[in-house]
Ligand binder design. Sequence first.
Ligand SMILES: NC(=O)c1ccc[n+]([C@@H]2O[C@H](COP(=O)([O-])OP(=O)(O)OC[C@H]3O[C@@H](n4cnc5c(N)ncnc54)[C@H](OP(=O)(O)O)[C@@H]3O)[C@@H](O)[C@H]2O)c1
Length: 247
Amino acid sequence: MSTPTLAILITGSNQGLGFETARHLSKHPHIHLFISGRNPSRVQEAQENITKEEDCKAVIDNVVIDVSDDASIKAGVKEVEAKLNGAALDVLVNNAGVGFDRQIETLGLRTAMEKTYATNVFGVAVISESFLPLLKKSTVGPRIVNVGSGVGSLSLMSKKNWISDNLSFIAYNSSKAALSSITCTLAMKNPDIHVTVLNPGSNATNINNFTGTMDPKDGSMLIVQHALERTGKSPGFYTTGGGDLGW
Ligand SMILES: NC(=O)c1ccc[n+]([C@@H]2O[C@H](COP(=O)([O-])OP(=O)(O)OC[C@H]3O[C@@H](n4cnc5c(N)ncnc54)[C@H](OP(=O)(O)O)[C@@H]3O)[C@@H](O)[C@H]2O)c1
């Protein structure tokens, strides 16, 4: 096997959109892929499932990272650095995400907000900052691909009836708006890194009790495209079905 030329890490890729993104990327022989998640056995199982597919051509690695935990991120960066053996990380896909709005009655609003932000906002900020040195070693146009949502677009959200016709989730929606802001700040601070945020559309995954309308095999294609090559502008906000999404 030839040496892979594109190293990609996807957070929260043991199921859902992250897993399907990893599956698509695993068909490319030039990729060194890090499957990641917070639960060691689920991560291991995902790695095994992808590796055993007949047309898996990439080098498939794994790293356990809980993005809401600084010690876990620190250990994860060290492990990835060691496994890359001097090479760069070219692409970081910040996909891990949670939603606690359906549990506000039992958790209370403050706790639901804190738990959502710990992963969707603070997690992305800290993990991106932590992987910057490895990303900056890349000579193939490093990028950070953030998996956001249409509910992170204030221009959409402020349209009449948009919220009532969509998700009126105060914690989740605001966390994705913050993610859009983090995308812009990362791009501004690091002009050498291409940073985008994506709306993969409504997909049937665990986060919405599988009520989404698309199959994540299809919804993940936008993430795959942005992971494979620099797409659009930095910062940029793109949506499934094509096109720019207003901030
Ligand atoms: N599904 C949709 O319709 C939709 C629409 C727009 C945006 N998104 C976004 O797409 C991303 C992927 O979600 P999904 O729909 O694929 O949902 P999912 O199937 O629930 O997957 C979420 C993934 O994130 C992982 N995760 C959660 N907290 C984590 C943490 N602290 N550290 C590391 N990993 C963690 C989960 O791990 P466990 O398996 O251990 O729980 C799981 O692998 C999220 O950012 C979500 O907000 C989804």
